[in-house]
Design a protein around this ligand. Structure first.
Ligand code: NAD
Length: 432
């Protein structure tokens, strides 16, 4: 059986590699010729554990071949980007999905299966994709089978989660769901749950929205506690002793291609109703400003020394900077006249520097991402290199001997102005 995967990014390339590893003949299609060339050379263009190994093997065994244009296949899996549109609701931009669907139309035959893996607004498959296929004269559910099989994989462990997560498969008709479930059953070891396409679309969006709303709650709590002079990290630790409470850890905001994007797809579809979803987005979007204001407080607006910024990715241990709150914070600090030196061992960027070069002579280490590498930071190195060993850790993960650490738990002392950074050392405090 020949499978064609359109869009070879985090989701598409991982899925193509897993299909190839399960014995299918896979054609990967990407409009980016550089991506195609890299994959055909047995390499990968994204950082994802074990992906290079499995792609290399599939390419060597000729089970995976990359191309820039689609051709005939038995099943087509579309995994192209779905960014927010540039409208007031930040609705789902379907341009890439529709372009990819149009591109395969030419090669569609009776009996083919078309799967949309891209995250899409509710009712998209039924209202937008099905008509495109039926315009070609096919009856969906009889001639061509169409389904939405959203991806739940967690960047950093995509390959494991692709196989072991439970998978919701939404067919336009029950026959469509059956066909797609049969295909994914070739490698999915989790439960395969069949439903209709609109339920699968809403289910995927609500999973990310649930997480966004819960993060917003903890971020709002951090701001409230800061105003009231309460240690938010203590509050969360104690509240989570309740058997049915699990408050998240506050952070610099929400980034990535899912949580910061997908909730708007629901909001844009029903803006008068999805009020809590929008409010949560607003709270999370406000966090970079909160971090910048807090950084200014911690530094007493002293701009004489550079800020060593640790972390540019949107979350720990990945190279992905899409929608990263860290990038927004860096940009805002630069606009305010602060010199920033960015260090991120995961992100390839010529402007970023080594830990030593970032720290040398710096007046503050601003930790924005809880990369595992940062946990191995040594207090001695900070004391030796920095003009002053002062850390503002919005991830709440650093523990450094003999270094003044400000985090959301003790930030209120600075924000209230009772203990400015230049008024003397506060009690060194770290959390793990
Ligand atoms: N990254 C994740 O963790 C994740 C998780 C779940 C769902 N999703 C969803 O999966 C979809 C893909 O996300 P991603 O992170 O893999 O994206 P990505 O940006 O990493 O990769 C997308 C690839 O598609 C290619 N492309 C775009 N339009 C094309 C076209 N018309 N024809 C051929 N190739 C095309 C691009 O060149 C790119 O290489 C999105 O809808 C996203 O929301 C992503």
């Amino acid at each position: 059986m020949k499978i064609e995967v359109i869009g070879l990014g985090y989701v598409g390339l991982s899925t193509a590699a897993v299909f190839a590893d399960s014995g299918f003949d896979v054609i990967g299609v990407d409009r980016n010729a550089g991506v195609v060339e890299t994959i055909n050379a047995g390499a990968v263009h994204i950082v994802e554990p074990d992906l290079e190994h499995i792609v290399q093997k599939a390419v060597r065994e000729k089970k995976l071949i990359a191309k820039t244009l689609p051709s005939e296949a038995d099943a087509f899996v579309i995994a192209v980007p779905t960014p927010n549109s540039d409208d007031v609701y930040m609705s789902c931009d379907l341009t890439h999905v529709l372009t990819a669907t149009e591109a395969i139309l030419h090669h569609l035959r009776k009996g083919n299966l078309v799967v949309i893996e891209s995250t899409i607004a509710p009712r998209t498959v039924e209202d937008r994709i099905k008509p495109v296929i039926e315009r070609k004269g096919f009856t969906v559910g009889k001639d061509v089978f169409l389904a939405h099989c959203p991806e739940r994989a967690f960047p950093g462990q995509i390959l494991h989660e692709l196989v072991y997560n439970n998978r919701v498969i939404g067919g336009v008709t029950p026959a469509c769901a059956d066909k797609a479930a049969e295909l994914y059953g070739a490698f999915v070891k989790g439960e395969i749950i069949k439903t209709d396409s609109k339920t699968a679309e809403m289910c995927k969006l609500m999973e990310n929205t649930f997480r966004d709303v819960n993060i917003a709650l903890s971020n709002e709590l951090a701001k409230i506690c800061c105003k009231l002079g309460i240690d938010v990290l203590d509050v969360i630790r104690l509240a989570n002793k309740h058997p049915r409470v699990n408050i998240h850890t506050p952070g610099p905001g929400v980034g990535g291609h899912c949580l910061a994007v997908d909730p708007y797809f629901i909001y844009a579809t029903v803006p008068d109703t999805a009020k809590m979803i929008k409010l949560a987005r607003d709270v999370n979007e406000s966090m970079p400003d909160f971090v910048v204001e807090s950084t200014q407080r911690v530094l007493c607006k002293d701009r004489t020394r550079p800020i060593a910024v640790f972390g540019a990715a949107y979350k720990p241990d990945v190279d992905d900077t899409r929608e990263s709150p860290a990038l927004k914070i860096i940009e805002k600090l630069n606009t305010l006249g602060y010199e920033t030196r960015v260090h991120d061992p995961y992100v390839l960027n010529e402007a970023y520097v080594s830990a030593e070069n970032a720290l040398r002579g710096a007046g503050l280490l601003l930790c924005l991402v809880g990369h595992s590498d940062f946990r191995r930071l040594d207090g001695g190195m900070l004391r030796e290199l920095m003009a002053r060993p002062l850390v503002f850790d919005v991830t709440g993960t650093l523990a450094l001997e003999g270094v003044e650490i400000v985090n959301y738990g003790n930030l209120h002392r600075y924000v209230k102005g009772k203990k400015g950074a230049q008024a003397g050392l506060v009690r060194t405090r770290s959390r793990t």
